[in-house]
Design a binder for this molecule. Sequence first.
Ligand SMILES: Nc1nc2c(c(=O)[nH]1)N[C@H]1C(S)=C(S)[C@@H](COP(=O)(O)OP(=O)(O)OC[C@H]3O[C@@H](n4cnc5c(=O)[nH]c(N)nc54)[C@H](O)[C@@H]3O)O[C@H]1N2
Ligand SMILES: Nc1nc2c(c(=O)[nH]1)N[C@H]1C(S)=C(S)[C@@H](COP(=O)(O)OP(=O)(O)OC[C@H]3O[C@@H](n4cnc5c(=O)[nH]c(N)nc54)[C@H](O)[C@@H]3O)O[C@H]1N2
Ligand code: SF4
Ligand SMILES: [Mo]
Length: 757
Amino acid sequence: MEQSATDSRTAEEWKHTACILCECNCGIEVRLGGPDGRRFEKIRGDDAHPVSRGYACEKPLRLDHYQNGPHRLTKPLRRRPDGSFEEVDWETAIRGVAADLAAVRDAHGGKSILYYGGGGQGNHLPGAYGATTRSVVGSIHRSNALAQEKTGEFWVGSRMFGAFTRADFEHAEVAFFLGKNPWFSHGIPRARTTLKEIARDPDRCLVVVDPRRSETADLADVHLRVRPGTDAWLLLAMLGTIVQEDLLARDWLAGHATGLEDVLPRFRAVDVAAASAACGVPEATVRETARRIARAKSVATFEDLGVQMNRHSTLVSYLHKLLFVLTGHFGREGNAFIPVGLMPLLSGGGGADRRTPVTGARLVAGLVPCNSIPDEILADHPERFRALIVESGNPAHSLADSARMREALRALDLVVVIDVALTETARLAHWVLPVASQYEKAEATFFNFEFPENCFHLRRALLPPPSGLFSEAELHARLVEALGAMPHEAVRALREAWGEGRTAFRAKFFELAGGDPRFVKLAPVVLFRAIGDLLPEGFAEGAAVWALCQVAAMQIGPSMARAGFSGETAGDDLFDALLAGPSAVVFSVEEWDGVFARVGTKDHRIGLSIPELFEELDGLAAEAPLAPSREFPLVLSAGERRSHTANTILRDPAWRKKDVEGALRVSPEDAGRLGIVDGGHARLVTKRGAVEVVVAVSDRMQPGHVSLPNGLGLDFPSPGGPVTAGVAPNELTSGEDRDWFAGTPWHKSVPARVEAL
Ligand SMILES: Nc1nc2c(c(=O)[nH]1)N[C@H]1C(S)=C(S)[C@@H](COP(=O)(O)OP(=O)(O)OC[C@H]3O[C@@H](n4cnc5c(=O)[nH]c(N)nc54)[C@H](O)[C@@H]3O)O[C@H]1N2
Ligand SMILES: Nc1nc2c(c(=O)[nH]1)N[C@H]1C(S)=C(S)[C@@H](COP(=O)(O)OP(=O)(O)OC[C@H]3O[C@@H](n4cnc5c(=O)[nH]c(N)nc54)[C@H](O)[C@@H]3O)O[C@H]1N2
Ligand code: SF4
Ligand SMILES: [Mo]
């Protein structure tokens, strides 16, 4: 793909793309400018985007920090024996990485090569292309951030629905947010608009479960201010109320669910008063809220990190889903649904019977639990991981216990990092392979969860990469070539067939796919080599999406037909629409009546019974929730989303106008007791580490609860040497504090103390 900075698309025009700072991927328009025409001078919401419809929050205005910051790497780096890096040319890097990967494979088997990442909030195509290199070197184990947040929920969803569920907040009478602060973290389309609409309407009700008076709680009709880490008891009390007061959707359950007899007795026995006391919410409020949910025509719910990175998280996911299912809030407008994806990112939550090689941790959705990764490396075990490929992820910063993660990275025979920046993880790599930014290549995500109309956005490159850089598609194509695995004959044949038209191309592709299972695994790079440069300018990396469109046409044909893509050419028509659309394209249209057909259990009924979780559930009544100790009297939530946090995508601290250091929020009561003041400094100590923090005294915090933002403590190049602002939260967290089932961490309730300085 050849592009020049002076081509037709760099004129004084707004270009359509998407924000990459959270999973919503709102459509935005960018006006480029500056001396080299590469600055993101103006940014606005894209009215043409069918989901975000012009909406954008404050964060994308700062995207120039991502695109044009001094953190961008331009040359491959190789580690010298003394630990320093040297710049090498691409020829050397590709050959070296291919040889090193092959050496690990030959010595220990491909199963010893772990792949981490594959995409962040805005880029999922690297995962598709990276799968080709993985298949050539025989890497079967993988992990990514989902395995430190969503795997418990996936597994529960797969057991109950055979799928992952989302909910329709736009039409819901009651909106229920459990450990989720959408005012800042979004996660639903046009979050603030929707929240305000619900809050304004006297017939609708916004319920927020959060120990903190979050910005979403400010708008709420009901704020259930639990004590940190006690949501399991709150849900127990709510379910106890629903069962004991007979608020169940009995008729509906009779037709749509199985296993009711297994769960009802458990909640009939609950002491609602005791469970309410355990979570610190008045019993009357618990009962009122349970009744409000049960009686509502529609209820949409969302659980997120406040509970998913917390105690009893898999059980909480189960109780949360029981809450809306037992009250009948599934499969109708304004309630929960099963999204129909172009590429079902969040399916396959089952398979927890497969285990990791060293510690035997469950591979939910095929992912190695993030908290297990160091244990799978730092073991004297023949099957330990020996090599790690990290692509678009920063595990040395984002996973529990950074110190131990660094130790694990140092213990590996080979670490290859593919990133735009010299991250905390890249610093420990043997090879760092820089790539084009998300605005210098075609990109897309599979965070497509809308209903009844779902959209996919294949974004066109806004500008060419700086010289010497290229995309992951090109990188993996080169690696596959260097490993001697590129099927050149297939590439040639497909390229030729493209010239003959789509019918010939489809026929050739499926002929090749049918003849050789290896071809299927390499299809992304084969397609990229065959047609990448034949696609419209700026779309080369979209080549693999052609195959996704074909698969979608086979798997969700009726949904696509309702969106206007039908018949033999449905897949190609969709692909062409993606290339033509200035913005996202509606690829599937559902009917609410069809939701139950998507319930993936044997009888298409919701399975209420999950016996694996009964012991934990039944034990709650006798369990004492996390209590303050003399050593650690406080509970730390390590990693809150704020106005100026975006994981580690924006590394430049200057992108934050306020709260540059990312203050520790402390209640006025605790601050007074500890003798610390707003804007002052303090020492924050956990069993794992101690750091110095800036303090913000905030009446949003309840006494005993302190909170640090996520994504800070990154180093950033500056003329006087690297600067760091704020605290990296995982210097304070521990790997063993995790859910017994899914292995997800307890970052939101870390026992801690604060000392005045
Ligand atoms: N601005 C911004 N938005 C983002 C991101 C970002 O980095 N910055 N990251 C994106 C990503 S990757 C994700 S996963 C989502 C996460 O989105 P959220 O889960 O909404 O984000 P958090 O702020 O981490 O946690 C949500 C809330 O959990 C609360 N909480 C803490 N302890 C408890 C508890 O014991 N019980 C309950 N019920 N709540 C508790 C916190 O007070 C907080 O308000 O955000 C996405 N959006
Ligand atoms: N204590 C604590 N820890 C947490 C959390 C918390 O709340 N508390 N939140 C967790 C959550 S929910 C998540 S999702 C994770 C997120 O953590 P990670 O999954 O590690 O992801 P990001 O911080 O989004 O980093 C993405 C990386 O991609 C790089 N990148 C950007 N564009 C490109 C590109 O085009 N190509 C390539 N190859 N790389 C690119 C960026 O430079 C960055 O290094 O953090 C988790 N860690
Ligand atoms: S809601 Fe998320 S995707 Fe949308 S503009 Fe804000 S950060 Fe970007
Ligand atoms: Mo996340």
